[in-house]
Design a protein around this ligand. Structure first.
Ligand code: F0G
Length: 445
């Protein structure tokens, strides 16, 4: 195997490198890693990717992840050879990413104040396990198999565990999921059980579950599939590839995500950095991250709301002390993340540094919205005939806020990512039963 792919520490002052075959998730000095490619894929592949949509029963062309395999070719396979593909690549029979692409949603566009033709939302909830996680889980589990792992491990607010359990079941490997007890939507928890994972309930929140699961992975030699795993990030780049393909690779002005552990923000940034470096795109869209008001660490630090310091990547010299100080401040004052959108109930985003790098590269912004605003956003997406969960409702809510503030301009083009489908049916039912809610349609008797 020619060594054109490797792993590299994201800290430019450190820069330690490791082979792809190394299952570690951080460098020896404790920094996150990137998957790096020495070759520059040719933009002529745009045509190949488009043609693969007519997949002729090749599941690796049907898959919205593996259709773009040359841009995440860490297995270094002969990409036109389907037998070689099936020896390496993990897929739910081509289902991951297959149904996800940007759609116009006129009612949401009217609500946020954008032209219908300039606004798209991309539902990632139509993935086989019901969230964007399948994009990155197919690649993480591909790597796990490449390095002969028998057990995968994750912490989760619900969607990661559903996706990990699904792929583990299909690949016949073991899966342990660490979840914050009582804080996971019932539909997500039921998936973990249904797919045969070992559920481990942790007293505490997601951040506690993640630190426990990372310790356990070290102890028992399990393979972590949370978004701190650089191979997860590779698969999640395809969310952006599908969005850009729909726009003939002419980037929009904005790409908008809800912010939790910031894996999405990181993967969006990495995909744009690579496409720009490889000459596939000339314009760099701005990323907007939308935090919940009840779990708003990135918003607080990025916008200088803690000790008046605006936290930035700063060309690879971020002020990591301010992050530590803020985490200590939260711990000492008993400040816990609290939002009804449990998917993003996270106070210590594990990918914060990669997220900052993405925000710096794209001149990004960070905002926050309330639970009520997220529910309204979720309900309005539903009125366009699309399903999404409350955390995804942060996207329309955040776009509206940024439009109202004049940060997103009237004629800007915007793609928002709807990260997951509804897995807690009580949320829309309760929303619509309450006539005080903006978009409620209460039942008649
Ligand atoms: N939206 C949904 C539906 C999610 O499930 C998550 C994260 C996010 C947004 C935040 O994405 O972490 O990339 O910033 N869910 C994780 C989980 C934490 O365990 O399922 P992020």
């Amino acid at each position: 195997m020619m060594q054109t792919v490797y792993q590299k520490c994201i800290d430019p002052k450190c820069g330690l490198e490791y082979p792809v075959s190394d299952p570690r998730i951080e460098c020896d000095r404790g920094h996150l890693l990137d998957v790096k490619y020495k070759t520059h894929p040719s933009p002529a592949l745009k045509e190949v990717f488009y043609k693969r949509r007519n997949h002729a029963n090749n599941i690796f062309n049907e898959s919205g992840v593996w259709r773009f395999r040359e841009l995440l070719n860490f297995c270094q396979i002969d990409t036109e050879d389907t037998d070689a593909c099936s020896r390496f690549l993990v897929s739910m029979d081509g289902a991951e990413g297959r149904l996800s692409k940007p759609y116009h949603m006129s009612k949401v566009a009217d609500f946020v104040g954008l032209e219908h033709e300039n606004f798209w939302l991309q539902p990632e909830g139509y993935n086989p396990s019901g969230s964007f996680k399948d994009n990155g889980m197919s690649t993480a589990v591909t790597h796990a198999k490449l390095v002969n792992i028998k057990k995968i491990i994750c912490a989760s607010t619900g969607n990661t565990s559903a996706s990990a359990a699904m792929y583990a079941a299909n690949e016949n490997i073991e899966c342990d999921v660490y979840i914050p007890a009582g804080e996971v939507a019932p539909g997500k928890l039921s998936q973990a059980f249904q797919f045969g994972a070992q559920v481990i309930e942790i007293k505490g929140n997601f951040d506690d579950a993640l630190s426990t699961s990372l310790e356990k992975a070290n102890e028992i030699g399990g393979y972590t599939v949370n978004s701190v795993n650089p191979f997860r990030i590779e698969g999640q780049k395809t969310i952006i590839f599908r969005a850009l393909e729909r726009l003939d690779w002419n980037p929009p002005d904005w790409i908008v995500y809800p912010g939790g552990a910031l894996g999405n923000t990181s993967s969006c940034g990495k995909s744009l950095m690579e496409l720009y470096e490889w000459g596939w795109i000339k314009k760099i869209p701005r990323i907007a991250v939308v935090n919940s008001e009840g779990a708003n660490t990135l918003h607080t630090l990025y916008n200088g709301k803690f000790q008046e310091t605006k936290l930035r990547w700063n060309k690879g010299n971020p002020d990591t002390e301010i992050i530590k100080k803020f985490y200590l401040y939260m711990d000492e004052n008993g400040i816990r993340p609290k939002t009804k959108a449990t998917a993003i109930q996270i106070a210590k985003p594990a990918n914060i540094l990669k997220g900052l790098r993405a925000l710096e590269f794209t001149n990004g912004v960070v905002t926050q919205v309330s639970d009520q605003e997220m529910m309204d956003g979720m309900a309005l997406v539903g009125l366009n005939g699309f399903d999404c969960e409350m955390a995804s409702g942060a996207v329309p809510a955040g776009v509206k806020k940024l439009r109202d503030e004049g940060i997103i301009k009237k004629d800007d083009t915007v793609i928002g990512i709807l990260t997951g489908r509804q897995k807690d049916s009580s949320i829309p039912v309760d929303y619509h039963k309450n006539p005080n809610n903006k978009f409620a349609n209460p039942p008649r008797t």
